[in-house]
Design a protein around this ligand. Structure first.
Ligand code: F0G
Length: 495
């Protein structure tokens, strides 16, 4: 029986056997509140500007939340990347950082931490994930080739397209339905992958899978699916790489949702995941629990040699790449802490708590809860706003105006495409991502977030779409400028 079906059976027959922190549906008055498995040693003040100042700041930013000063944001959920809090052990390790140009012991600690957890011998440090992608695609990919992935992250896509190649998304059809409770909506569409390889294997230099699938709602990729991708890659003799940014969250979700993994540790599950791949790209700004850093790790020593030659030109000497000794130390320690199960249980419970609370109130969210973020379905939240007026962006702007919370559109603004005749095409979904930085906000911040969203939901019909007034040709969401579509009745805050 496949893991998906097993999961359903298991949740029906043996809920008590699960260590899963119960989501809302299973919560009762007697369910203990979620407790952060850490206490706070250092605080950073945040403030809520008065409403009229929030309106002014958003107007000055031309409606683009990337243009806001972060000090004008109360709760910053723009990204979970590099925004987490480091532990006291990580800060202590920072002082151990050895900044030698070559042969630093900090590199060796970092290398060992990656080898232990990922099982790849060759470890190439980079300043962040996209630098690892850049090295990989510049080295392995030729113009005109095709790189299939579940859903390419925007920098991965940009790096592939920059090479003149095609970044092809093959998400599993089950991810198309944002309401479905399927436990592994991050999976690859194996039928489409097989068809592609049968027709065009010679044009595919590598297959990639992103765990968790950020573009599809931080959804888990199952072990069965990864095994099947490995088999297909073997059949056609093509390398298989994992985009590993959120590997620990993926491993935790598998432990919760795949009964055959319930008794395994997250570390063991991660080892098993990576045993299936030839290598991975990693942004240590996510599941490295660090503020900067990344790496490429792989088995093939000859390919590693080529990558290191390019590394010296673009990033740095192979024992530091794009990182300082202190960053290498922080990531090495972060990789130890990120697979601690108390931490992962709390993180997932907190994200599921918000997702399930919103769902219970009828607010449309991507189901089930993902690993790093709450995804609002802005298409269903604002059905009166057509995709050409970017409902996700309109909603993200409103969330800032209502509560000083910064979020990010993941819809036709970020992922929209133009066809061969230059016509704009919509993204598959109009989403707003509320990405939760690691170990940074408390449960009261989460309750405040629910409160803000409820208030917006109550007056959703008043929210207008937006129009782009200015945008660059590539990665336009970072710097585009917007104005509100007028409502028949009159003029609003941004006009
Ligand atoms: N791959 C995935 C799946 C990502 O989510 C990201 C970054 C990257 C690669 C690139 O890593 O930022 O270190 O260069 N995602 C961030 C986000 C920016 O907000 O989701 P990077």
């Amino acid at each position: 029986m496949r893991a998906g079906a097993l999961y359903v059976l298991w949740r029906i027959l043996a809920p008590a056997a699960s260590t899963y922190h119960p989501p809302m549906a299973n919560r009762t008055d007697r369910t203990p509140p979620i407790v952060e498995p850490f206490r706070i040693k250092c605080v950073e003040p945040i403030r809520l500007l008065p409403r009229h100042q929030r309106e002014q700041r958003l107007r000055e930013a031309d409606g683009n939340l990337f243009r806001l000063h972060s000090r004008d944001v109360l709760i910053d959920l723009l990204t979970d990347s590099g925004t987490g809090a480091m532990s006291s052990a990580q800060w202590a390790s920072v002082l151990e950082g050895d900044e030698s140009y070559a042969g630093s012991p900090s590199y060796h600690r970092f290398e060992r931490a990656v080898q232990d957890l990922f099982g790849f011998d060759q470890v190439i440090p980079t300043h962040q994930g996209r630098a690892a992608e850049h090295l990989l695609f510049q080295t392995l990919c030729e113009p005109g080739q095709i790189i299939p992935n579940t859903t390419h992250f925007d920098t991965t896509r940009a790096n592939i397209e920059d090479r003149g190649a095609v970044a092809l998304d093959l998400p599993h059809p089950q991810s198309a339905d944002t309401c479905s409770e399927h436990p592994f909506k991050g999976d690859m569409d194996l039928v489409a992958l097989e068809q592609l390889l049968e027709q065009d294997a010679a044009r595919v230099p590598l297959v990639m899978v992103t765990i968790t699938n950020n573009g599809a709602g931080g959804q888990a990729v199952s072990l069965d699916n990864l095994r099947a991708v490995r088999q297909l890659a073997d059949r056609f003799g093509i390398p298989f790489f994992i985009d590993a940014c959120r590997f620990a969250e993926n491993a935790w979700l598998l432990k919760q949702r795949d009964p055959s993994l319930a008794e395994r540790t997250v570390r063991e599950i991660a080892r098993e995941i990576f045993s299936l791949a030839d290598g991975c790209t990693m942004s240590a700004k996510k599941d490295g629990l660090a503020n900067i850093g990344g790496f490429l790790a792989l088995r093939d020593p000859e390919l590693a040699l080529q990558l290191r030659q390019r590394l010296v030109i673009t990033e740095g000497f192979p024992t530091y790449g794009g990182m300082s000794g202190r960053d290498l130390e922080a990531v090495a320690q972060g990789l130890v802490e990120v697979v601690e199960e108390d931490y992962l249980a709390y993180r997932q419970a907190s994200i599921a708590y918000v997702t399930d609370s919103l769902h219970e109130r009828g607010i449309p969210v991507v189901r089930p809860a993902g690993g790093h973020a709450i995804f609002l379905d802005a298409g269903r939240f604002l059905p009166h706003v057509p995709w050409q007026q970017f409902p996700g962006q309109a909603l993200a702007m409103e969330i800032y105006l209502e509560g000083g919370v910064r979020s990010c559109e993941i819809g036709s603004l970020m992922l929209g495409r133009t066809d061969d005749e230059g016509r704009e095409l919509p993204a598959a979904h109009e989403l707003v991502r509320l990405a939760i930085p690691r170990r940074t906000y408390t449960q009261s911040h989460m309750d405040y977030l629910i409160h803000v969203l409820e208030r917006i939901w109550d007056r959703r019909t008043e929210i207008r779409g937006v129009q782009i007034t200015e945008a660059p040709p590539v990665l336009r969401h970072f710097s585009a400028r917007f104005r509100r579509e007028p409502l028949a009745e009159g003029v609003g805050a941004l006009d």
